[in-house]
Design a protein around this ligand. Structure first.
Ligand SMILES: [Ca+2]
Length: 175
């Protein structure tokens, strides 16, 4: 009994390691958080993608709050999708839910953040490839970062960018 339990625990640990092996994450610095829990500030915000494969897969389906709907570009050299949060937020983390199939198309993904699309800087990079339906959590290398736009770009195409959901958690900046 005891050895079976140990085996299960080992498998769980291995699964956890595999799930996070590619994620760049830098944690914890002194920062006085507001009292509220951060919200998903990307939900139903404006989006755009480099192209749209079919009318069933527009970019807004990456932020519609539903995991069974996806955005899906055509085969592009550097396919991208961005979301406009509409105001500047202190971005705490970004969560991406990969498509339930063809998950290995998600790889070499730059996640950039900035006040404008012409002023973007690196938040995190996912080497991948992703697994089907994988739930990925990213923190920016600088732990938190101010930004209005969040952009996902596959930098080693040609590839399709297909996202079930993108969530951005943060607080409005207080200036
Ligand atoms: Ca969706």
């Amino acid at each position: 009994m005891k050895s079976n339990l140990r085996f299960i625990l080992d498998k769980l640990d291995l699964a956890r390691v595999n799930a996070f092996k590619n994620i760049v994450t830098y944690k914890n610095r002194d920062f006085n958080l507001p009292n509220e829990i951060p919200e998903n500030v990307a939900l139903r915000k404006p989006t755009k993608q480099s192209s749209t494969a079919q009318s069933d897969f527009p970019s807004f389906k990456a932020v519609d709050g539903l995991t069974h709907t996806i955005s899906h570009t055509d085969l592009n050299a550097s396919p991208y999708l961005w979301v406009d949060l509409e105001i500047i937020y202190n971005i705490i983390r970004i969560e991406i839910i990969n498509r339930a199939d063809y998950g290995n198309r998600l790889h070499d993904l730059d996640i950039t953040i900035g006040p404008g699309l012409d002023h973007m800087s690196m938040c995190a990079h996912f080497i991948g490839p992703g697994n089907d339906g994988e739930y990925l959590v990213f923190q920016c290398r600088e732990w938190y970062k101010d930004g209005r736009f969040v952009k996902m770009t596959i930098i080693k195409g040609p590839e399709y960018l297909q996202l079930a959901e993108v969530k951005v958690f943060g607080y409005p900046t207080f200036e």
